[in-house]
Design a protein around this ligand. Structure first.
Ligand code: FES
Length: 175
């Protein structure tokens, strides 16, 4: 298998991250995110590439990548779908949505569909408690007030290779 590499453009981007901070260590999180966007997951060879690029110890890079749930050291399905079942969402349809997903899409114990196209996880609060239940796709697209019908629609879009359209957090008028 070919050794993973960053392109010259990606190296420039990483160097730009480094310029923002007093030390290269501080550029680790955006560099891990860039690597995850490029490679899909952060396997040991990718973590080694990140460590070498930033001139950091491998153990430190691995420690950060395995601490935060947003970093995927092992991808279990093509599309990651996180359903918030925390606080408000849990009380306002998030639990039911999670159960719906488990039953309807025959999720295994890891939360993946039999064809490994979708990987569902429960999420802690995603910071949009005013619009429960909230679903996050691939860690970068949030969808609000998700019903089972809306979830089905999201999955159809993802099957076509499309992320759901961007939604702003709806602002309610204080009465
Ligand atoms: S509890 Fe779901 S976004 Fe806060």
């Amino acid at each position: 298998m070919q050794e993973p590499r960053f392109s010259p453009e990606e190296i420039s981007q990483i160097e730009a991250f480094c310029q923002r901070y007093p030390t290269r260590q501080s550029a680790l999180m955006p560099t891990l995110w860039l690597a995850q966007e490029k490679f899909g997951e952060l396997t040991p060879p990718i973590l080694r590439l990140v460590a070498d690029t930033l001139n950091l110890p491998y153990a430190h890079v691995e420690g950060v990548a395995t601490f935060y749930t947003m970093y995927l050291t092992k991808r279990k399905g093509k599309w990651l779908i996180e359903i918030c079942t925390c606080f408000t969402c849990g009380e306002c349809g998030g639990r039911e949505l999670w159960e719906y997903a488990q039953q309807t899409f025959s999720l295994d114990e890891e939360g993946t569909t039999p064809d490994k196209l979708f990987w569902f996880r429960e999420a802690e609060c995603l910071g949009a408690c005013d619009t429960p239940p909230v679903v996050q796709i691939e860690g970068r697209r949030m969808v609000f007030s998700v019903t089972p019908e809306k979830l089905n629609l999201i999955l159809s879009q993802l099957r076509e290779g499309q992320l759901p359209s961007f939604e702003s957090v709806p602002i309610r008028n204080p009465e």
